[in-house]
Design a protein around this ligand. Sequence first.
Ligand SMILES: Cc1cc2nc3c(=O)[nH]c(=O)nc-3n(C[C@H](O)[C@H](O)[C@H](O)COP(=O)(O)OP(=O)(O)OC[C@H]3O[C@@H](n4cnc5c(N)ncnc54)[C@H](O)[C@@H]3O)c2cc1C
Length: 537
Amino acid sequence: MRNTIYDHAITDDVIIVGAGLAGLFCALKLAPRRVTVISAAPLGHGASSAWAQGGIAAALAEADSAEAHAADTVAAGAGLVDEEIALALAREAPARIEDLLRYGVPFDRDVEGKVALGREAAHSARRIVHVRGDMAGQAIIAALTNAARNTPSIRLIEGFVAEALLTDANGIAGVQLRRGDDISAEPVTLATRTLVLATGGIGHLYAATTNPQEASGLGLAIAARAGAVIADPEFVQFHPTAIMVGRDPAPLATEALRGEGATLINCKGERFMLARHREAELAPRDIVARGVFAEIAAGRGAFLDARTALGTRFADKFPTVHASCIAGGIDPAAQPIPVAPAAHYHMGGIAVDARGRSSITGLWAGGEVASTGAHGANRLASNSLLEAAVYAARIAEDIAGSARPSPARALAGPPNLHNCAMPALSSENLRRLMSSHVGVIRNGDHLAQAVRTLAAVEHDTGNIALRNMATTALLVAASAFSRCESRGAHFRSDHPTEESAFLRRTMTTLDEAREIAERLNQDARGRVADPGVRSFA
Ligand SMILES: Cc1cc2nc3c(=O)[nH]c(=O)nc-3n(C[C@H](O)[C@H](O)[C@H](O)COP(=O)(O)OP(=O)(O)OC[C@H]3O[C@@H](n4cnc5c(N)ncnc54)[C@H](O)[C@@H]3O)c2cc1C
């Protein structure tokens, strides 16, 4: 993309920010309507979708049903799943799998030629559609990238980061972009009335994560800064079995390994999950993550042991995991794999309705950056690719069926022309703070400290990327601070049980998060003035 062409360009295109499953699927579904897809990284890179190993959940087996799939989704979500949304998601799964097959995704087949189905933790039936064992994400993104590159109505802008949304009295008016590899470059603005955010998750806000660097919560931040309602930001899922071989992001040992019988052991060889849950290694993710976290905290370490369950079949069944282990000096056929929990998936996001519409006119959100109500407090494995495809299709249908708004003509000057250099180590400090204070096990004091620090960074920094990271981190920390209970993936050691008063989704805004920070600051100032005052009410 050359700035001379697009500087302050006005377009009738639908603009989609993000080129993972949600963004590309939506663009393809909108064809032949003209679409511009913006991606921070070259297509095929920088998207969690391409890294998905397990696959996509779809009730395709005769003995299975959408109702059973929805029931498992609801059970995993710890009381906060919107049951209608979960059922509709499950019902639309077969049609979206058909779409993906049409776009060229080579899902594995069984001996009868039907799409083969695997089992994963907390699913009551075999219903995971996969490709060559653990290559689903790569195959899906390869097929969609190929289809998008061959679709004339899709214009691709690669290597540009969306750093602000522009709004006016009519809603969305445009988006401000900047080259990802040159923070001193002038920003570019595109004026549009129809914008879809499909920017993925927030895992890279944490020091230990399975997510690519591009999953830094920037899409959520720019929507929040434009005033969008954000849902359930406190619910961050930590994958229990990231492989600890010193890489950032950490490679993942897919849940499917435990589905195939791999066990979790400590350094004494004990299966520690047996004592923690009746389903042991196949318990919901948050319980397994806390079990792994506790073993590591107790100094006993945690290892995934696939020696008996897979042995020499490992390389063939799970080539991606096998390659990660071998690169880290571990032969998983013969040795237990060292694992730890890592930030993996964000249940929260931009609040959207069943059509993918956000609270801002002209702004849709799909995939991990959105919060539809399908996951509640904890996502069921393999439901996120499904949700990305289902909502991408719905967004395309909604946009195609809506009257075309008149183009946004008058763009006020972009709000953020200046961009300071990222202060050394700042993003690393933020990531460490999120892992230590807003991580697997949280408490009120640590969360309060994190809220105040993040609000200060969000307010003070002149670096736009850091400010956007701090914006999303602040929303996560402030909502985690306000939820004085433990539910699903959100665990508070100072409030270790579920509380009926919190049996509701969080709906919040950036202004509310800033207010929480301000009240905590006042409380801290009050405590200095009056040491008798001990807690923030
Ligand atoms: C290792 C791993 C394994 C997983 N396995 C599974 C699985 O087996 N099954 C399952 O259902 N889910 C799985 N998940 C989760 C799932 O992959 C994601 O939730 C899903 O792919 C999200 O899709 P998406 O299109 O919303 O986002 P992504 O695929 O992450 O795509 C986001 C896109 O937005 C771009 N982007 C981000 N910010 C900006 C910006 N500011 N400006 C411009 N572009 C931007 C990125 O470059 C990228 O192109 C896994 C996740 C990981 C990390």
